[in-house]
Design a protein around this ligand. Structure first.
Ligand SMILES: NC(=O)c1ccc[n+]([C@@H]2O[C@H](COP(=O)([O-])OP(=O)(O)OC[C@H]3O[C@@H](n4cnc5c(N)ncnc54)[C@H](OP(=O)(O)O)[C@@H]3O)[C@@H](O)[C@H]2O)c1
Length: 247
């Protein structure tokens, strides 16, 4: 039986991805900063473990407790919306700690076992902002673009050991906690001088023409995890797929 370890399973894409792999008969190590019972269906194939990707001790303990894994899904992430000039370096570091260094640390924690077994897949969840630049998302985009570059490079290195590395690029989902979480960090990050520019963008996000659902992302993560080819990019959701095509 295959085992997947997923980060950030307390809500949104991560939670739905855990459900999806469980439904497919996999052993699922669903990790959360604060584990909560009852989010996922009861199963002897489900193991809920604490994991904060910014804490090296937490990563080591979770990877040890998980036992051998076949697929790592780096889903945990945080957002920030704001004019770049108003976004403090402290906020930028906070976002990079989770979205960039957290992903790097998780990859380094599992690569040795994958390399030794000459098998394994790493799926890094980035964002459609890496497909086409979006205003007021500079720091977030930078944190995810770093993972695009890293993933492409490491995919070459690990191919020699039969280990695959994939990118899932989801579009905008108004239904996860992500938008609120990004907006919460926004306080004070759109100075008055930017408001005329920002308002139409917020209006467009309030009435999107196409969105991504949790199920779209879970299905695409599943496809990426099971894809035997060298394909790197997997856009997820109607809006992200349209951007990928346009690009
Ligand atoms: N929703 C969108 O529009 C969208 C679009 C493109 C890409 N994405 C990406 O998709 C991924 C999932 O986002 P989502 O939409 O499902 O948002 P979400 O509902 O806010 O879920 C984010 C998850 O990440 C977890 N997390 C945050 N910081 C963490 C840390 N330091 N260690 C471990 N877990 C941490 C959260 O846990 P807590 O409950 O502990 O906070 C939560 O489980 C993220 O990487 C995000 O950047 C989202």
């Amino acid at each position: 039986m295959n085992t997947v370890l997923i980060t950030g399973c307390s809500s949104g894409y991560g939670l739905e991805t855990a459900r999806h792999f469980l439904a497919k008969g996999w052993r699922v190590v669903a990790t959360m900063r604060t584990p909560r019972e009852g989010l996922l269906p009861r199963s002897d194939r489900l193991h809920v473990l604490p994991l904060d990707v910014t804490q090296p001790g937490s990563i080591a303990a979770a990877v040890e407790a998980a036992g051998p894994i076949d697929v790592l899904v780096n889903n945990a992430g945080v957002g920030v919306v704001g004019a770049f000039e108003a976004t403090s370096m402290e906020t930028a570091r906070e976002v990079f700690d989770t979205n960039t260094f957290g992903v790097m640390a998780m990859m380094q924690a599992v690569i040795p076992q994958f390399r030794q077994r000459r098998a394994g897949v790493i799926v890094n969840v980035t964002s459609s902002v890496t497909l086409a630049a979006m205003p007021l998302a500079g720091v977030y985009t930078a944190s995810k673009m770093a993972i695009t570059g890293l993933t492409g490079s490491v995919a070459f290195e690990l191919a020699a050991f039969n280990v695959r590395v994939k990118l899932v690029e989801p579009g905008y989902a108004p239904t996860t906690r992500f938008a609120d979480n990004g907006a919460a960090r926004m306080q004070g990050l759109i100075p008055e001088t930017y408001m005329g520019f920002a308002q139409p963008i917020f209006a467009a996000f309030a009435n999107p023409t196409a969105v991504t659902t949790e199920k779209d992302v879970a299905e695409v993560v599943w496809q990426a995890a099971n894809d035997p080819s060298e394909r790197l990019h997997f856009a997820a959701g109607a809006d992200a797929q349209a951007l990928a095509r346009a690009r």
